[in-house]
Design a protein around this ligand. Structure first.
Ligand code: CA
Length: 516
């Protein structure tokens, strides 16, 4: 007879990130009870959940609470060493002033080039490279979305099987186009987003626009240079279309022509410098800034060294770390562009009657993130350590190589849509709480911050960075794993979990301009 042996209780562990920190996060899977004693002798006075902060020293009322070597807030009351430093005990600091920031004062020197890394991509006539082969049908207005959905189903059922080299057909539908203040200064954001989406590298230069005919956003505004309205656009109100059936038939005929061309595309060997990687996070927790985001930051450095473009985004999640970013700008103009985007967003939030603290979610807080300052310090770790070589306003198409700040809201689908418009051909998404987020137009690699999530969602998570917290892997190990996976996924050799399931979110435009 075998006597079951109870495994020994896990030793209490905490993670301290910087020598200056006076708080650390409890690493154990389900937190630790009061009385638990850490190897250094610190004893918990309260139960502390996983990812939540424990005071390492006595912190007097109004004294700074320091994590990542930065002030994340001030003590509301006296906090004794070993206490749970929960959200209510932290007063949030004001964000760093946008005046007087250091401009490109500590530009990191170029890292040694990384040569010899390639992937198999679809080279386009405009020089961009696709990682998928997709027919995209653009739309100029929401009025056509229902019609297009019916056509899309028939295209997928009847046409797509004839073209095995085409991965998918997608409809780029949205709620913009009419009933909007089309000439408002801020309307340039949704309009250029739609323009740039239409010429995304994964769509192979085959443009097709379905419009209604009376909308404010004229369909020809979505055409890339060199394309003619007669050939690329159909309007449902066209007098030659005398029935709904005729509209569907015309959409299918136009799709069929383009599928033929796309089916002839071939993958070819491309240098890693043709990658345009968009990074973001969603459902973050206190481990995001310890495991997944630093590992992604290491991968971002590898991409920069390989000559690629890598974008980080999410203005409200870098706002409180801006004083750490402007010194890293490649030159003073890039630093000023960063400040311009922060200021634009401060103003946008202010007009809506909120500030950047509206960002944190109940899930973030449950995961141990007390406020947006702590979240931003972890989020900006994605940017790695290289110089910031460019800044994009929302929805602008990227031109430069290197590390780029693409200004976007932090909302997952809005950020993803804007990064798509900027031309990303691979998307990396880190998550602590877990989200099934996916996009149909580019592969989305999902990275978990904790072992528990990676195990529970093993068929939704592509990379587990939780092993960094347990000491099973280093930041460098996971960074290289992400980098290599990017090349395999970009080549179509490895399918991401979301692509295996066909699990995709809708695109969501950012429209800060008025609706009429
Ligand atoms: Ca996000």
């Amino acid at each position: 007879m075998t006597i079951p042996v109870k495994p020994p209780a896990e030793a209490p562990r905490y993670i301290k990130l910087n020598d200056a920190d006076n708080v650390a996060i409890v690493a154990n899977a389900f937190g630790m009870p009061a009385g638990a004693r850490f190897p250094d002798g610190l004893t918990l006075r309260d139960y502390v959940p996983q990812g939540h902060k424990v005071a390492l020293t006595d912190i007097a009322k109004d004294q700074p609470i320091v994590r990542y070597g930065e002030v994340i807030g001030y003590a509301v009351d006296d906090i004794a060493a070993g206490c749970w430093v929960e959200e209510s005990r932290i007063r949030m600091p004001t964000p760093p002033s946008l005046d007087g920031l250091e401009l490109a004062t500590r530009t990191p020197p170029a890292l040694p080039p990384l040569e010899g890394f390639t992937f198999e991509g679809y080279r386009n006539a405009d020089g961009t490279v696709g990682t998928k082969n997709i027919l995209a049908i653009s739309t100029s207005v929401q009025c056509v979305a229902g019609t297009l959905e019916i056509a899309l189903k028939r295209i997928k059922d009847e046409l797509l099987p004839k073209y095995p080299n085409v991965d998918d057909v997608v409809a780029v539908t949205h709620v913009y186009g009419c009933g909007v203040a089309i000439n408002a200064p801020k309307s340039e954001i949704p309009i250029r987003t739609l323009q740039n989406l239409a010429r995304h590298p994964n769509y192979g230069g085959e443009v097709m626009v379905v419009g209604l005919g009376c909308e404010k956003l004229s369909p020809d505004r979505l055409l890339p240079e060199g394309k003619t309205a007669d050939h690329e656009i159909m309007r449902l109100q066209d007098e030659s279309l005398t029935s709904f059936g005729a509209m569907i038939e015309l959409i299918m005929r136009m799709a069929d022509e383009r599928l033929k061309v796309l089916n002839a595309r071939q993958r070819e060997t491309c240098p890693a410098s043709d990658l345009v990687v968009g990074m973001q996070c969603g459902g973050s927790d206190a481990f995001s800034g310890v495991t997944a985001n630093p590992a992604l930051g290491f991968a971002a450095d590898l991409l920069v060294r390989a000559g690629a473009t890598v974008m980080f985004s999410e203005v409200t999640e870098v706002r409180d770390a801006i004083h750490l970013l402007t010194p890293r700008a490649a030159n003073e103009q890039v630093a000023r562009d960063l400040i311009r985007e922060m200021r634009w967003y401060d103003d946008y939030l202010d007009k809506g009657g909120v500030d950047r603290s509206a960002n944190t979610t109940p899930g973030n807080k449950k995961g141990g993130l007390a406020n947006i300052v702590e979240k931003a310090l972890g989020s900006s770790a994605k940017s790695g350590s290289s110089a910031i070589s460019g800044v994009l306003a929302p929805g602008e198409r990227v031109k430069e190589k290197g590390l780029i700040f693409a200004a976007t809201p932090a909302s997952d689908f809005v950020c993803g849509t804007l990064q798509l418009a900027s031309g990303m051909n691979v998307h990396i998404f880190t998550t602590g709480r877990g989200t099934p987020y996916g996009l149909s137009s580019v592969p989305v690699i999902k990275v978990a911050t904790r072992n528990e999530l990676a195990e529970r969602w093993s068929d939704l998570i592509d990379v587990n960075a939780g092993t960094i917290a347990t000491g099973e892997a280093t930041i460098e190990d996971v960074g290289w794993e992400i980098f290599r996976l990017i090349l395999d996924v970009a080549s179509g050799k490895t399918k991401t979990c979301t692509d295996k399931w066909g699990l995709y979110n809708q695109l969501a435009l950012f429209n800060p301009a008025p609706i009429t």
